[in-house]
Design a protein around this ligand. Structure first.
Ligand code: 13P
Ligand code: SF4
Length: 377
């Protein structure tokens, strides 16, 4: 596949990516749940078809209760693409709102209630950092064609970078198909940013003996020979919520509940994924519990808000968190406080747009190309 020339992507290393960090006005900080529920519902009535609220499965109860659609990151981008509303209020994290902006029409506006909702794992592979590592990685295997593949959990500028270098995007449910496609286009894959999803996918394809890790924070010490000899190069990023789960947790839950089955997200470590009964995206986790027979026990290895939702949504199933009280919430998802939702909706009613996510045009076109390559598979 012909590669495009690397352009200067409009990007800077930063914690929150978007510098328009607006603080919540004082008057919104102390609303009671009753008051804010009334105000959110009133705004939604007034905005009517002009707004659609999307909520990721990891959002708090007080957010998902107001969402028109609740789902995994892939399902929400499909809902965003199908939405006719002028405003898409995306209750999730920055990379998800960016994907919505890439996919929606130019006359639609995507709003992220809190700009502080930035996924730490997406921040572990900034486009500038990958761009500088790319040369070193390529020079370790000068005769090989390396195809960069990035997980959906990455910023738009990295998706654009992958498109420019002949690569694509994948989600947790289609990573194996995208890997197969990439190995038809070239000789090796550089997978970003989640080393666990990359390793789990390599394992699924029988390539577990042919992976090398690339630690971008210690670039000088990286083993070029390992890169030259491997099919899959794994960028050293991870999700701290999912990396926490261990095989001991699975053994302990099976000890306490011998009848329990275990479902985990593929961002978990390989040994955890191998020991589980079912592995899949947050949508797969929801379907697994929805399809369970009454009385079955399911231990869930993912973010704690989703576990709590499943306990409420399916009281007939016994749903337990895989690592008990040690299960974490995602501190990026947690930033979307319902007070922020109240504020951005009331501002829209007053004709003001707050916390708009707008991917620069050049980045948008390239990132769309990387998404299209995935969607065509
Ligand atoms: P899903 O795509 O499975 O919803 O996962 C998103 C995510 O952030 C997992 O940590
Ligand atoms: Fe990012 Fe992990 Fe939070 Fe998902 S759970 S948004 S990967 S930090």
């Amino acid at each position: 596949m012909a590669k495009m020339k690397t352009t200067n992507l409009e990007t800077e290393l930063s914690l929150f990516k978007y510098d328009s960090l607006e603080q919540l006005p004082e008057e919104y900080r102390t609303l009671s749940e009753h008051e804010r529920t009334e105000r959110i519902e009133r705004s939604l009535d007034q905005l009517d078809d002009d707004v659609v609220v999307l909520g990721h499965n990891y959002q708090r109860r007080e957010i998902v209760e107001h969402a028109d659609f609740v789902g995994d990151s892939y399902q929400l981008s499909v809902e965003a693409a199908n939405a006719d509303a002028e405003y898409v209020v995306f209750c999730g994290v920055t990379f998800m709102a960016e994907s919505a902006d890439i996919i929606t029409d130019d006359d639609q506006t995507v709003i992220l209630p809190s700009m502080e909702a930035s996924c730490p794992m997406a921040g572990m592979a900034e486009a500038l950092q990958v761009d500088s590592a790319w040369e070193k990685i390529e020079s370790s295997a000068p005769d090989a064609e390396i195809i960069p593949i990035t997980y959906m959990n990455s910023y738009a500028d990295l998706k654009a970078f992958c498109a420019e270098q002949g690569g694509a995007v994948c989600t947790s449910s289609n990573a194996h198909r995208v890997f197969e496609w990439a190995l038809e286009q070239g000789d090796k894959i550089l997978f970003l940013p989640d080393k666990h999803l990359g390793e789990n996918t390599a394992h699924r394809l029988g390539l577990e003996g042919s992976t090398a890790e690339w630690n971008p924070w210690n670039a000088e010490e990286q083993d070029g020979n390992a890169v030259a000899e491997s099919d899959i190069i794994l960028w050293d990023g991870y999700c701290q919520v999912h990396e926490r789960f261990t095989v001991d947790h699975i053994e302990s839950v099976r000890g306490d509940h011998p009848e329990a089955q275990v479902v985990v997200h593929p961002e978990c470590r390989r040994q955890v994924v191998e020991s589980a009964d079912v592995v899949g995206s947050t949508a797969t986790i929801c379907e697994t519990v929805a399809d369970a027979d009454p009385g079955e026990t399911w231990a869930i290895g993912t973010e704690i808000h989703l576990v709590r939702h499943l306990q409420r949504w399916h009281p007939e199933v016994s749903v337990v968190p895989l690592c008990g009280d040690a299960c974490m919430d995602c501190n990026a998802m947690r930033q979307t406080d319902p007070n922020y939702l109240t504020w951005v909706l009331e501002e829209l009613v007053s004709g003001r747009e707050r916390n708009v996510i707008e991917v620069p045009v050049q980045e948008k076109e390239l990132a769309m190309l990387a998404l299209d390559r995935m969607l065509e598979l």
